[in-house]
Write a protein that binds this ligand. Structure first.
Ligand SMILES: Cc1cc2nc3c(=O)[nH]c(=O)nc-3n(C[C@H](O)[C@H](O)[C@H](O)COP(=O)(O)OP(=O)(O)OC[C@H]3O[C@@H](n4cnc5c(N)ncnc54)[C@H](O)[C@@H]3O)c2cc1C
Length: 557
């Protein structure tokens, strides 16, 4: 007879909790998945990039769960016919706006970088009500016990009895279950951190502040039509668009069910007066071209308002418990790092659970290194985000900031080799690497020293370039770095492209590490517009030529 009712109890059946449930079942652990509400339900965190693709691929292979591979890119979601509204994230782009002015079609201040390449990519937007329902169902199919509408009441730990959690399923009397490990995947609700009194929301814990208002809309127009710029090899609407300027960023994330996610994040406190809807539209009108894209749109959800996005905890792990990233710390959605951090933490937790004694409770000492790596990831992503946001005030610096991110943090483009779980265990975005940290520190310090209350001079931008170059002692800056031009897009280099093709069929080749992105002049990248609907699963036909555009980008290299 087993000593514990379950090996793992997971609180929260969002993407993180359900994924963990699926993986724990794959190694034969007994899992209880506890959910306060039920599915489908609204959730945010919809843009995923190459890091997610690589980690889902790794987890799918290591634990023999092919469905995770199907979830890892737009092409695969479509090919497998998953019941998830999605959209091709062919690129991630920043568009700079001056307050109160329409963008100038002849001089668009935009920075476009290609995401993962077909046939592995493109990356995807995930409509979370669908994807979270799908994952929860898969966890149940894999043998996890699912308790919806259940309230957690208390938690305690005893070295012999393990973790005990008192639960009250709706309409029944409270009952206590024991387990080797309680994992908190309640996201921003962070039940366990509140319960243990380790929640921290003070500005010392996360030294930045931002607020947000967001909703889902129908009938958004196409940005390509609204901005009036020349057609590029990537249709502008086939990606995650971030519209940035002095009042912060708006994200635009479309899905193929006709819904578009639009949200505003600002570093200024939200006024106390006014409904979320009024505040949102007042802000949107500060970027008139973007407001034009949504002029006929109607909200299909309420307007969600969060006054302070940042939170943290004094601890991430203890005897018998572990917090997944969204329950442990959050800084800002700018670089879409929530799901990559979630997967990095889940990967490390799985590698740990494979090794610890299955007869014993999981202890803080087993999890100490997971905490250390997560803190490192959080610290460096936050620094990068804080500094990038300051650069919203000057397009020249913003261009450099984004290119540094593309060149250094996304540079590996690599495949996580199954024979080297150490690579999967490492911190996300390569921040284990002292050379990467040195560059991020240099970037952060340099930007924090700049006085943004006066117009930025060319001399300041050149100073920035010198600082970054001198911090790059390991040669991370790729061939595109330093040739910063606004009339260019950044596409994957030939070695990286070959790597993508090879590993789609055969596994790792490792060439992705040799080359990052290349800069391509926009003169090369114009106007090929005839329609090729992508596939039978699309709820609505896609705008023209996804695969053809990807192929053309490669031929042009
Ligand atoms: C504005 C914003 C935009 C973002 N955009 C992105 C993005 O583009 N890309 C990206 O990668 N990340 C993004 N993120 C981060 C992303 O949302 C999170 O990383 C991700 O949703 C976390 O998933 P989760 O499953 O851990 O939590 P959630 O999706 O929040 O799920 C938590 C689950 O726990 C349940 N729950 C809550 N309390 C309890 C309880 N007491 N007991 C039991 N169950 C409970 C909830 O009902 C829910 O089902 C964004 C975050 C914000 C705030």
């Amino acid at each position: 007879m087993a000593r514990f009712d379950y090996d793992v109890v997971v609180l929260g059946s969002g993407m993180a909790g359900s994924l963990l449930g699926i993986l724990c079942r794959a190694i034969g652990l007994r899992v209880l998945l506890v959910e306060k509400g039920d599915h489908p339900r609204f959730s945010i965190g919809e843009s995923v990039g190459g890091e997610v693709l690589r980690r889902l691929d790794f987890l799918a292979r290591r634990y023999d769960v092919p469905l995770l591979r199907n979830l890892s890119s737009y092409t695969r979601i479509k090919r497998a016919g998953l019941p998830i509204a999605t959209w091709p994230k062919v690129h991630g782009s920043f568009i700079h706006h001056e307050l109160g002015k329409r963008v100038d079609p002849g001089h668009l201040e935009e920075i476009m970088a290609q995401a993962s390449t077909w046939p592995l990519g493109p990356d995807a937007h995930l409509y979370r009500p669908d994807s979270d329902l799908f994952l929860k169902n898969q966890a149940v199919e894999a043998g996890a016990t699912y308790l919806p509408h259940t309230e957690a009441l208390s938690y305690c730990f005893h070295p012999e009895a393990g973790a005990s959690i008192e639960l009250r399923p709706r309409g029944t009397a409270p009952r206590t279950v024991t387990c080797r490990l309680l994992v908190d995947a309640t996201g921003p609700a962070r039940w366990l951190a509140h319960h243990l009194g380790i929640d921290r929301v003070d500005s010392a814990a996360v030294p930045m502040a931002s607020s947000t208002i967001f909703a889902h809309f129908r009938n958004a127009r196409s940005w390509e039509d609204v901005c009036g710029g020349r057609r590029l090899v990537f249709p502008r609407d086939h990606g995650t668009l971030l519209h940035v300027g002095a009042i912060g960023q708006f994200w635009v994330i479309p899905f193929d069910n006709g819904i578009t996610s639009l949200g505003w994040v600002t570093g200024n406190p939200l006024p106390a007066d006014g409904t979320p809807e009024e505040l949102f539209w007042n802000a949107l009108h500060q970027y008139p071209s973007l407001a034009d894209q949504f002029r006929d749109a109607e909200a299909v959800t309420r307007y969600y308002r969060i006054d302070r996005l940042q939170y943290s905890t004094a601890q991430v792990a203890g005897d018998g418990w572990f917090l997944l990233p969204a329950s442990a710390e959050f800084s800002d959605p700018l670089y879409s790092v929530g799901i990559p951090l979630m997967l990095a933490a889940i990967t490390r937790l799985m590698l740990c659970l494979e090794q610890v004694d299955r007869e014993k409770a999981v202890l803080a000492t087993d999890l100490a290194d997971l905490e250390r790596r997560f803190r490192l990831e959080s610290e460096y992503i936050r620094k990068y985000t804080v500094a990038t946001k300051r650069c919203f005030l000057d397009f020249g610096l913003l261009n450099r900031a984004i290119n540094l991110y593309r060149s250094v943090i996304f540079r590996e483009g690599g495949y996580i080799d199954d024979s080297d779980p150490g690579a999967a265990y490492a911190a996300a975005f390569a921040v284990d690497d002292p050379g990467v940290r040195r560059l991020i520190d240099a970037f952060y310090r340099c930007v924090m020293d700049i006085d943004f209350s006066v117009p930025i001079s060319e001399a300041t931008r050149q100073h920035f370039d010198r600082v970054i170059r001198s911090a790059d002692v390991d040669g991370f800056l790729d061939s595109a770095w330093g040739k910063l031009r606004t009339d260019a897009v950044y596409v994957n280099s030939i070695p990286r492209m070959v790597d993508y093709f090879w590993k789609a069929r055969h596994g790792p080749l490792g060439l992705g590490k040799m080359g990052g992105f290349r800069r391509i002049s926009r003169r090369w990248l114009n106007s090929f517009a005839d329609a090729l609907p992508f596939g039978k699963h699309d709820a609505k036909p896609l705008p023209p030529g996804l695969i053809r555009d990807q192929l053309r980008a490669m031929v042009m290299l």
